[in-house]
Design a protein around this ligand. Structure first.
Ligand SMILES: Nc1ncnc2c1ncn2[C@@H]1O[C@H](COP(=O)(O)OP(=O)(O)OP(=O)(O)O)[C@@H](O)[C@H]1O
Ligand SMILES: [Mg+2]
Length: 490
């Protein structure tokens, strides 16, 4: 199944993404700002410690100049202060006192005592005339800052004291802050997601229900299911639900109207068919019956010679045969006697039908044009019935044409169908007559010349074979009947 994200899912996804992005950016900015403030604070503290230490060490140098302390005393004094400072402030990584040549006068690591530093950091330190934070390029370690305080009074200088401060506290502080922000953002995200899901559900549920209802209507045309109730909701969704319910009601009513109209039409059509059928039967039976009754009347009056009697009996016989013909035709049409299918060559039946109509064709001087596709499989049809159909179409065509007309018969295959076309160059059928030609008893022929059952019976037989009939006609140009029979047969 294809994954599909609904409106509620999309709403939650977009909202959570926005919250996550904004919270992360906000958190990052806060951490950077805090880090900067903390570092600046440590730099300020480091500078003041360096300044105080510088003053204390300068004093010690002055005492020594004045001869108040000797070299030993100075060293002890410096060492005492250095170790005291280290104990008091754990952020101090090292403290060193250097003379003007870079010689170590005192160091928090006593092993360094007496060494002379010539490294770039020391050279840079000795150049400073006031308390300075050494630039970072001199530091290998970025987790500390180095502050230098010169030991000087006016132009007299004794050296510098340099203090290394650890920035570990800043790192720890920002790490803790980052963790706090992450936990806070996660908590916020969870709470927001819960709130958004609840809100989203409130918005999306009616829309989802409407969409489902719409699907039911478009897929199954189901207008009777329970549709969402708009309730008292007055916002856009409520209005949408109300409009939907109104639309469904209208559709319901329209549907009911349609069914009523269709039933009425069916009823009217049935009545019309029964009416025309009855009229047709009455007409077809009435005419010969009139002749029969008249003959009987003449008989009962008497005074007839043998010749007249014979003629009257013949008229009565012909009239009764005509009535029998009409009744048989009607019964055939109504009962639809079952067909008996056998594999049959359509070409053979068509040739046989043409042979039967030959005398009529030649009497009118009509030309027959045949276009028969040779590769045509045998069709499972009732040969007698199909011959009756072909003959009916051929005779109708002959009746429709004047002398020198052309009767065209063609057989061709189209996909799974065998198409038999019987066309003429006759009078054609008027557009208002065309829809009625398959109605039983519909005829345009003079009384007594046609029953109007021919095409109705043809249609019924072709439908029994699973086929259909198409008519194409143009007034004064001609008519073509195309019979479509399935190749697979019945
Ligand atoms: N080839 C045709 N050209 C013109 N009109 C036709 C043609 N075939 C049928 N029709 C019209 O269709 C009507 C109905 O034809 P149908 O064969 O059912 O009855 P019919 O020929 O009138 O009488 P019958 O029962 O003797 O065949 C005809 O009266 C005629 O008006
Ligand atoms: Mg006919």
């Amino acid at each position: 199944m294809k994954f599909f994200l609904g409106i509620q899912g999309k709403f939650i996804l977009i909202a959570s993404l926005c919250i996550a992005i904004f919270a992360s950016c906000g958190g990052y900015l806060i951490i950077q700002r805090e880090k900067k403030l903390y570092t600046e604070q440590i730099i300020r503290q480091a500078k003041s410690i360096a300044e105080i230490s510088g003053v204390i060490f300068t004093n010690a140098m002055v005492y020594k100049e004045l001869g108040l302390v000797d070299d030993m005393g100075l060293t002890d004094y410096l060492d005492y202060y250095v170790s005291d400072m280290l104990l008091k402030d754990p952020r101090i990584l090292y403290l060193v006192v250097l003379d003007l040549r870079g010689k170590v006068l005192s160091h928090s690591d006593f092993r360094e005592f007496g060494k002379t530093y010539t490294d770039p950091l020391t050279k840079e330190s000795l150049r400073q005339k006031e308390v300075t934070v050494l630039p970072r390029e001199f530091l290998g370690d970025y987790d500390r800052i180095d502050v230098v305080a010169p030991l000087r009074i006016s132009t007299k200088s004794w050296g510098v004291c340099r203090i290394g401060f650890s920035l570990e506290e800043v790192r720890q502080g920002s790490l803790a802050l980052r963790n706090e922000i992450i936990s806070m953002v996660s908590l916020m995200l969870i709470i927001s997601l819960l709130v958004i899901s609840l809100l989203g559900k409130g918005f999306a549920t009616p829309l989802v229900e409407l969409a489902k209802a719409m699907d039911r209507i478009t897929e199954k045309g189901d207008l009777d299911a329970n549709y969402p109730d708009p309730g008292n909701r007055r916002d856009e969704i409520g209005r949408l639900q109300a409009s939907f319910t109104w639309m469904i009601k209208r559709l319901h009513e329209a549907n009911r109207e349609k069914i009523r109209a269709r039933d009425l039409m069916c009823q009217t059509e049935k009545m019309a068919t029964v009416g025309s059928l009855a009229a047709g039967v009455a007409h077809e039976i009435n005419n010969p019956l009139g002749g029969v009754i008249l003959c009987f009347k003449n008989f009962t009056e008497g005074g007839m010679d043998a010749e007249a009697k014979k003629m009257h009996v013949e008229v009565i016989n012909a009239g009764l045969l005509k009535i029998q013909d009409t009744v048989r035709g009607l019964l055939d049409f109504a009962r639809k006697p079952p067909i008996e299918v056998v594999p049959t060559s359509i070409h053979v039946i068509l040739e046989e039908s043409l042979r039967l109509a030959d005398s009529l064709l030649s009497k009118k001087g009509l030309i027959v044009c045949k276009e028969l596709e040779e590769e045509m499989p045998l069709l499972r049809v009732d040969p007698g019935k199909i011959e009756q159909v072909f003959l009916n179409f051929i005779i109708n065509a002959i009746h429709a044409m004047e002398t020198n007309g052309t009767l065209t018969v063609s057989v061709r295959r189209e996909q799974e169908l065998c198409l038999i076309a019987i066309g003429d160059t006759g009078e054609g059928i008027a557009p208002d007559v065309l829809p009625r030609i398959f109605d039983p008893f519909f005829t345009t022929k003079e009384p007594g010349k046609g029953t109007g059952l021919g095409l109705a019976v043809c249609k019924s037989i072709i439908e029994q074979h699973g086929g259909s009939i198409v008519v194409e006609s143009q007034l004064d140009k001609g008519t073509t009947f195309i019979i479509e029979l399935p190749l697979a047969g019945q």
